[in-house]
Design a protein around this ligand. Structure first.
Ligand code: 5GP
Length: 220
């Protein structure tokens, strides 16, 4: 029985989970917790032209690249999706980063904006699951951004300015969670993930499994 279960796991198709939220909603913390608790989810490390914040590690949080390197990726058609010049920096998801996981039944978690989610949905509609986190209040969100202490006042104002625009896209997402409590939010997303894994389209190994069940019946 264990052998069968292991084989079923191997032939499952990975899903792509996109979590989006206005800056300061706690998306990063939620993503870190999910990755820590479930070894079958891999983080898709994006490319960005922005400078690393304190504590951010190249190759872990982002691949930090120059504008020239970013242009080279564009020329090579290396991106699954990309956003140009948002917040004064550019971001992109490398195809190589994603495909190697999905094809061996590992799920991938993305940190990307609604524009990226839209591009991904067009490219791989069956593989994409999108989750939007809303902040409990704008006041809360502003104070979280300020307390983070990683951005200048000017950057915070800029981010606050685009929050309204970002939030207007909440209804393009499959699932919406108001992030009041970290534990609760992580728990809810884990439930979404396990439900999505059970979807027939993702359990590509089922056909063979059912065929074996039928054979067993026929053979008595
Ligand atoms: P930050 O600079 O705060 O890390 O990210 C700014 C915004 O860029 C966030 O909304 C984040 O989700 C988005 N972002 C990060 N990586 C990507 C990516 O690869 N593609 C797209 N479309 N957006 C991204």
């Amino acid at each position: 029985m264990d052998e069968i279960i292991n084989r079923l796991k191997k032939v499952r198709k990975g899903a792509m989970f996109i979590i989006e939220a206005p800056s300061g909603t706690g998306k990063g913390t939620v993503a870190k917790e999910l990755l820590k608790r479930d070894s079958n989810i891999k983080f898709s490390v994006s490319v960005t032209t922005r400078a690393p914040r304190e504590g951010e590690v190249d190759g872990v949080d982002y691949y930090f690249v120059t504008d020239e390197q970013y242009n080279e990726f564009l020329e090579q058609d290396a991106f699954y999706e990309y956003v140009d010049s948002q917040y004064g920096a550019r971001y992109g998801t490398l195809r190589s980063e994603v495909d190697s996981f999905i094809n061996v039944g590992q799920d991938v978690l993305f940190d990307m904006d609604w524009a990226g989610a839209r591009q991904m949905r067009q490219k791989a509609p069956e593989d994409i699951v999108t989750i939007y986190l809303l902040p409990p209040s704008i006041k809360e969100l502003r104070s979280r951004l300020e307390n983070r202490g990683t951005d200048s006042k000017e950057v915070i104002e800029k981010r606050m300015g685009i929050i309204l625009d970002k939030m207007s896209h909440w209804d393009e997402f499959d699932y919406v969670i108001v992030n009041v409590d970290l534990e609760e939010t992580v728990f809810k997303i884990q439930k979404i993930i396990s439900g999505e894994r059970m979807k027939r389209v993702r359990q590509v190994g089922l056909k063979g499994f059912v065929r074996e069940l039928v054979k067993e019946v026929e053979e008595g």
